[in-house]
Design a protein around this ligand. Structure first.
Ligand code: NAD
Length: 731
């Protein structure tokens, strides 16, 4: 069985059907490309064939290129992987260009055969690049289908002609949301935007009719016709110039130059726009190879695509029967409880939302109503959906409503006594099989589990704020947590379509354990006299969404002070952050509690807009005359986090480095281009990382001490993924 097959009918239409055996979704392999090439040759050479329709036998058209195929191209080329990639990509261009030219005379553009694509459903990545090479694209009227080029989201860009064709089709401005943001749209919107040509009830029949009726002029692409001008203007046209300058500024503003794929895409598009189409394809191929050779792209694909998907599909789920949640109890209808109720009800789960007072419970439910109203305004929800979602939430103070719940998530005040009390009250009502979870950010799960006489059914399900936006959920296994509780938490996270990591119980679990040293390192530098702007900018140029000082303002100084006091009380003399406390308590004393107080490391206007760094900081902590260089500041911020991640692995808090990498990117925006802390250490190499630890420790103290594990790996020049990654992914 092959991925592409062809049938020819009596009217002269050859239908090429894509149907990867044994897969639910079509993806392109190297072998399949060769099959497709052969079928196109056959159809073009056969006088009985008048036109060709390319479609899929599955409910969707295709998801794109098999990402493993790209790494195979690289590996197969031996000493010259870039050459191997380039040749492979040019071969792909050759097949697509053959489809586009369809056998027509190169001079007169006459005599070609019409080729149309018929998309039954989703067509993304290569799944759209192939249709873009045909002469007309028909899609089924399927509102669930997604159409677009999401490559940029995993650190590459459309490199099978998609970038070059889309820009020539829509203009640089029109193409930019699809290329630079990876925007996906349904078929009707795709037609409106010009990504596809027609939406039809039966796209194969419509495509068939079209190929039988099309004439020579219908199948010449604008860029192959005389006098072609790029919509919106090429770079040296006055309007085009503005577009390209604007796009360049926008991309650099957004990415701070930290994402190589965005920059390479812009270069491919800009340079490609100045030359004939076939040269533009070669340029696109060269930039694509440049990106594929960059370790960042391999790391991003691994973390944001392969590993994220593996975790979502339950890579670390213990054996247990299906644990999907039917009725969820949420205790505490504050900021977190309201968000948890919202995402759960939207996923079709019945929710009982409990608070101490009815008005607080109602307010928590109103959060869902507000969210749905915003969705209706933006055309993303309907009144019916809102009503159905709200119907699933019962807001009450009555614990007896929890009867029949199979999962409870507690999100009351961060106070062990309050938590113990509500845990007991809830457990009195529910059945013996109910799993109980706490959303605590700081309290050990093993301790909280004492409130239950079934600690094996007690677990941490730690959401990030705002719940509806943040994709990560951290699952915390207490000392006695059993497999069924872990499976329950994982199945629930899957139901609400978020990404789980499952870690063992320890102070601050995983994510907060790594974020706190990042924030603290930023504050230490302020105390040393490093300019606040240098600190935050250094972080943003590493690809962090916000710098450490801005992050403190967002999360508030009083929260920082509360955590500092509690940690100090728990750790006693071993407490390492006295220097940081000096600045936290100074800010607290000055009433500069962060954005909510409209005063923090930044000054704010009355609407909460940042105005600039607070001048008073420099009076208390005078700036150094000579500021450190950018790389040093960046290394301090990076090492503060990644060493903590390595320690979490050493301590057994993390059991899987994939969770460490994916959790870091989704949980706190750790430099996505790096693939996460472990991928970053692999990129810089463990020997260099260990050497840098020694230098940083000598200059700044024992918090940069090289963990034994890293030292041992450095001595053996081992990488984290070769030692700890799943075997088939070792790179
Ligand atoms: P919050 O103060 O907004 O909400 C707590 C809610 O619990 C309030 O509505 C309160 O009325 C209710 N409550 C208190 N005692 C109760 C009782 N005995 N019975 C019923 N309801 C009671 O707090 P939050 O920010 O939503 O945090 C809740 C939990 O989530 C805490 O454990 C916190 O550590 C954790 N958490 C918070 C964040 C965050 O960013 N805010 C992130 C992750 C986890």
């Amino acid at each position: 069985m092959t991925d592409f097959t062809m049938g020819k009918d009596a009217d002269g239409v050859a239908t090429i059907t894509w149907d990867c055996p044994g897969k639910t979704m079509n993806v392109l392999s190297i072998e399949a490309l060769q099959t497709l090439d052969g079928l196109i040759d056959d159809a073009l050479a056969d006088d009985a064939v008048k036109g060709i329709v390319i479609t899929s036998a599955k409910k969707d058209f295709a998801a794109g290129m098999d990402l493993n195929a790209l790494s195979r191209m690289k590996d197969d080329a031996g000493d010259d992987p870039a050459r191997g990639l380039f040749d492979g990509i040019m071969q792909m261009h050759g097949v697509l260009r053959k489809i586009e030219r369809a056998g027509m005379d190169p001079k007169t553009n006459k005599g070609g055969k019409p080729i149309a694509a018929a998309l039954p459903g989703t067509a993304v990545g290569f799944g759209l690049e192939l249709p873009l090479a045909t002469h007309r694209i028909f899609a089924a009227d399927n509102p669930k289908a997604k159409i677009g080029l999401p490559e940029i989201m995993v650190g590459i860009f459309p490199g099978a002609g998609g970038s070059t064709r889309l820009v020539r089709k829509l203009g640089a401005m029109g193409a930019s949301p699809y290329l630079l943001e990876g925007k996906l749209v349904d078929p009707k919107k795709a037609r409106g935007a010009g990504l596809i040509d027609e939406v039809a009830d039966d796209p194969v029949a419509a495509a068939r009719d079209w190929v039988l009726g099309a004439d020579d002029a219908d199948i010449v692409k604008p860029w192959d016709a005389k006098g072609y001008k790029m919509p919106g203007g090429a770079p040296y046209h006055p309007a085009g110039f503005q577009t390209f300058v604007g796009a360049s500024a926008m991309v650099n503003g957004r990415t701070q130059g930290a994402f190589p794929a965005a920059r390479a895409l812009l270069s491919a598009v800009y340079e490609g726009a100045l030359v004939p189409f076939d040269t533009a394809l070669r340029i696109e191929a060269r930039w694509f190879v440049n990106i594929l050779m960059n370790p960042s792209s391999a790391a991003m694909i691994r973390s944001l695509f392969l590993n994220k998907e593996a975790l979502e599909k339950g890579a670390n789920r213990p054996e247990a029967p299906d644990q999907r949640v039917r009725k969820l109890g949420v205790l505490g209808a504050g900021m977190m409880g309201a968000g948890i109720a919202l995402v759960s009800a939207r996923a079709g789960i019945d929710v009982v939302l409990i608070d101490a007072r009815q008005d607080a419970a109602d307010k928590g439910k109103a959060y869902t109503a507000d969210f749905m109203d915003k969705g209706i305004k933006r055309g993303k929800a309907t009144e019916e959906k809102k009503a159905a979602t709200l119907d699933r939430i019962t807001a009450t103070t009555d614990y007896s409503a929890l009867a029949g719940c199979d999962l409870i998530i507690e999100a009351v005040f961060e106070d062990p006594e309050v938590k113990a009390e509500v845990t007991k009250q809830a457990l009195d009502v529910v059945g013996p099989d109910c799993i109980f979870a706490s959303n605590t950010s700081t309290l050990p799960i093993t301790d909280l589990a004492r409130a239950s006489d079934k600690p094996e059914q007690f677990i941490g399900i730690h959401f990030f704020s705002p719940v509806e936006k943040m994709a990560l959920v951290e699952i915390i296994k207490g000392k006695q947590t059993g497999d069924r509780a872990v499976a329950k938490a994982l199945d629930y996270v899957r139901q609400i379509r978020k990404t789980p990591i499952a870690v063992n119980d320890a102070r601050f679990f995983y994510a907060n354990r790594c974020i706190i040293p990042y924030i603290n390192e930023g504050m230490r530098m302020v105390k040393e006299g490093v300019a606040p702007a240098l600190i935050d900018d250094a972080a943003r140029q590493l690809g962090f969404p916000v710098g450490p000082l801005q992050l403190v303002d967002e999360t508030s100084i009083d929260l920082g002070a509360k955590i500092a006091r509690a940690t100090k009380a728990a750790m006693g003399d071993a407490y390492p952050d006295t220097e940081v406390d000096e600045i936290i308590f100074f800010m607290e004393g000055e009433g500069r509690l962060g954005r909510k107080a409209k005063a923090g490391f930044f000054d704010y206007d009355e609407n909460g807009k940042r105005l600039g760094y607070w001048k008073g900081l420099a009076d208390r902590f005078p700036p150094l005359e000579e500021q450190p260089d950018l790389t040093l500041v960046q290394h301090r911020l990076m090492f503060a986090q990644v060493l903590e991640a390595v320690r979490a692995l050493e301590d057994g808090v993390l059991e899987d480095i994939r969770e460490g990498d994916v959790g870091a990117i989704l949980g706190w925006g750790f430099a996505p281009w790096s693939g996460g802390p472990f991928s970053w250490l692999d990129i810089i190499g463990t020997p260099y990382a260990a050497e840098r630890c020694d230098q940083l420790e000598a200059a700044y103290g024992p918090r940069f001490h090289c963990p034994d594990l890293l030292r041992e790996m450095a001595d053996k020049t081992q990488s984290f993924y070769s030692r700890f990654g799943p075997a088939e992914q070792a790179a």
